[in-house]
Design a protein around this ligand. Structure first.
Ligand code: GTQ
Ligand code: FE2
Length: 369
């Protein structure tokens, strides 16, 4: 009896104490310590995939319905990971999107602290001007827009183009480090020339002798498909399949193309599953060529040309190509490496496949489809 009364008194004291903590804007660690400090990352980001057919169809509809002014300068459909509570982010750290630019349209100049890359899934004829350097975009090319570099996009052709945008925007948002400026007063920057960075910095193991100090972002702004293809072919011949990977690098440092984002291309050839791999930090992958599937944390994702998918932090991933395949990928690895918290590992045992991801087929109510 006395014990119960004592227990009740203690409970009341505890309730009062927790109430007072809350009222004073304090939180006790002990009830949440496991959640705050799990043994390994527990990302909210889900493994997820968007089909190219769906992306292209809805991007084309945006082209019909939304003028570029009404679209706030950019006709961009961002990959919104369903694990992130409605945020327009592909992963907790990366932005991924399909951008549509119609015939004879241009997207006005601006600059911002988030860094961006463009990867051309198909088509050509558009250029992105980066600090006055008009970078021509062809299928399979990678174009950089480093932090605070002026950029605008121009499509002088009579056909639309859709490409993949990758940005470190969620990371910059988390750091409260976003600044943005429109280019003024003209819509577009003057073009000093086409592919200037490529002419100066794109030599094979040759650089201007007076290249000066390392720069945090690559001075080379364009990486051509033909060069990536040649390197992948040589790598595959040398190392053998089923998987080889190249990284697009800053020619001044040999490090990542951008200080916040790594860009890679994986070539996967038929002949079995790649070895299971996991790393800290997320990736967004874009299928440039081929067809196959990936197993991510036990879930099977079938993919083909243009599909885009997300691999969350510390998720185990294996790939298997049914035809020769090239997967372009961005990741936040350079940030983790700079902070000395990057880790990765190759595992031995293939995963059990417990589920197959059903990608949404185009959900449309339109008749134009
Ligand atoms: O093309 O400048 O997907 O500023 C997101 C933000 C593209 C761009 C995006 C941007 C851009
Ligand atoms: Fe931008």
């Amino acid at each position: 009896m006395a014990d119960q009364a004592a227990d009740r008194a203690t409970q009341e004291a505890l309730d009062g104490f927790y109430g007072d903590l809350k009222a004073n804007d304090l939180a006790p660690l002990w009830p949440i310590s496991d959640e705050l400090m799990p043994a390994a990352p527990t990302p909210a980001t889900l493994p997820y995939l968007w089909r190219w057919k769906m992306l292209r169809r809805l991007a084309e509809r945006a082209g019909e319905l939304i003028t570029i002014e009404r679209g706030g300068d950019r006709r961009v459909l961002s990959l919104a990971n369903p694990g992130l509570g409605g945020a327009p982010y592909a992963s907790s750290t990366l932005w991924g999107a399909a951008q549509y630019l119609g015939p004879r349209e241009s997207a006005p100049g601006h600059r911002h602290t988030p860094a961006a890359i463009r990867f051309v899934v198909e088509g050509d004829g558009v250029w992105t001007t980066v600090n006055g350097d008009a970078c021509d975009m062809h299928s399979g090319d990678l174009i950089l827009t480093p932090s605070m570099h002026w950029h605008d996009h121009s499509n002088p052709t009579d056909h639309a183009m859709i490409w993949f945008d990758g940005l470190d925007l969620p990371t910059m948002k988390a750091l409260d480090a976003i600044f943005f400026e429109p280019y003024q007063p003209d819509e577009l920057q003057p073009v000093a020339g086409h592919n200037l960075s490529e002419r100066l910095w794109g030599g094979r193991a040759t650089l201007p002798r007076d290249h000066g100090h390392d720069r945090p972002s690559s001075p080379l702004l364009v990486y051509r498909w033909i060069d990536a293809d040649r390197s992948l072919e040589a790598l595959l011949a040398e190392r053998g399949g089923p998987l080889v990977t190249l990284e697009y690098t800053n020619p001044l440092t040999g490090g990542p193309a951008l200080p916040t984002m790594a860009c890679e291309m994986h070539r996967i050839v038929p002949g079995g599953l790649t070895r299971p791999y996991r790393k800290v930090g997320s990736s967004v992958c874009v299928v440039y060529r081929g067809a196959g599937h990936s197993v991510i944390d036990g879930q099977r994702f079938d993919w083909s040309h243009g599909d885009m998918f997300v691999v969350p932090s510390w998720s185990t991933v294996e790939h298997e190509a049914s035809e020769p395949s090239d997967l372009f990928a961005i990741s936040d690895r350079p940030i983790l490496e700079a902070l000395h918290v990057f880790r990765d590992e190759w595992l031995d045992a293939p995963q059990d496949v417990t589920a197959t991801f059903e990608a949404k087929e185009p959900q449309t109510q339109d008749s134009v489809a």
